[in-house]
Design a protein around this ligand. Structure first.
Ligand code: FMN
Length: 331
């Protein structure tokens, strides 16, 4: 039996850290209910992107990332997480219940992952030309595999160009779609905004990138001159980085949660080795483009995340809602 005070602290810390998981447009589409030694993670449908993500796939990928973060935090804190994913079909918003299991001694891997939870940031823009070592890419693939998800680095230049072209096409179509643009605008924050969700203006570089092929960025700027300066990058050659796709063999809600868990596992591991990730999910939001990717690039598996991995010296900012907003405590 753990003392009650210890349980309270462990659970609170795990929820606090889970809030630093990545989420689509930083919607943070989750809430947490704590009851004794149990944490319930719920998807917050009010924060779903109804235009770009009507099925809630990206919402559940985001919740999966939060779930893995709870697991990583608990292991780092010396508690084995006991997890039930989507435990109740009658309560579809209940993504998972995590119970504090027996005591564990965190190993080096556990400690490394936990240490990156607050440090990891999404990168938007070019990477330096410093390569991501092949051995690290192999290790990242193994991390994903542990969660039953496949991470595939694109094996050829033509596959990289295909993904860049599809991203560009999807970005073009979305930017001309009024409903898409309005939704994106709702989640992009002007400089100085007091909001603690959405994508802030200092989370992306000012101006276009130079790397080839170019990977279209979301237009979080709303046509303004927003973004941080990149004094170092301006004098350094640029690279798109290693393009990789996270895929699952099925496309159920369980698969989406698994993809999110694998995503965060890969991101934290990469971050521990100084490697950041940029995401390009525009093409996954257009069903026919996603299907094309599935067949042409993903060997029939379902693409859940398109990312570039690389080394950057930029420092993007991120923010989160206060704990009181996401944390509900029950006796
Ligand atoms: C499912 C999912 C899809 C995402 N898609 C994109 C994307 O297309 N473009 C982008 O710049 N960031 C994307 N992101 C990253 C989020 O915008 C980012 O996680 C969020 O703004 C919080 O910032 P942080 O990751 O730096 O903490 C995505 C994240 C998730 C989980």
């Amino acid at each position: 039996m753990r003392p009650q005070e210890e349980v309270k602290n462990v659970v609170r810390t795990a929820v606090e850290e889970a809030a630093w998981a990545p989420s689509t447009h930083n919607t943070q589409p989750w809430s947490f209910v704590v009851s004794g030694e149990e944490i319930s993670l719920r998807a917050d449908a009010d924060r779903k992107l109804t235009v770009s993500d009507p099925a809630g796939r990206e919402m559940l990928v985001s919740c999966g990332a939060a779930l893995f973060t709870i697991r990583a935090a608990l292991r780092g804190l010396g508690c084995e997480p006991v997890v039930r994913v989507l435990p109740d079909p009658d309560r579809p918003a209940l993504v998972a219940i995590v119970r504090l299991g027996g005591a564990v001694v965190a190993d080096d891997h556990d400690r490394r992952l936990r240490a990156e939870i607050g440090r990891r940031r999404t990168h938007r823009g070019d990477f330096s030309t410093l390569p991501v070592p092949r051995s690290l890419m192999d290790a990242l693939c193994r991390e994903a595999e542990t969660e039953g998800v496949r991470l595939t680095p694109m094996p050829s230049e033509s596959a990289v160009h295909t993904i860049a072209a599809l991203t560009q096409a999807a970005q073009e179509v979305q930017s001309q779609d009024e409903a898409f643009s309005r939704e994106l605008m709702r989640w992009s924050r002007a400089p100085g905004s007091a909001r603690r969700d959405g994508v802030p203006a200092d989370a992306y570089p000012r101006g276009p990138g130079e790397a080839y092929p170019a990977f279209a960025q979301r237009d979080y700027r709303r046509g303004q001159e927003w973004g941080y300066d990149r004094p170092l990058s301006q004098v350094m050659p640029a690279s798109p980085g290693e393009v990789a796709v996270l895929t699952t063999s099925g496309d159920s809600r369980e698969d989406w949660v698994a993809a999110g868990q694998a995503l965060q596992r890969v991101l934290l591991f990469a971050s521990a080795y100084g490697v950041s990730a940029a995401f390009h999910t525009q093409a996954l939001e257009k069903e026919h483009l996603r299907e094309f990717l599935r067949q042409e690039v993903c060997a029939g598996e379902y693409p859940q995340m398109v990312m570039r991995l690389g080394i950057t010296f930029d420092e993007a900012r991120a923010m989160r809602r206060p704990l009181e907003e996401i944390f509900e405590k029950r006796p």
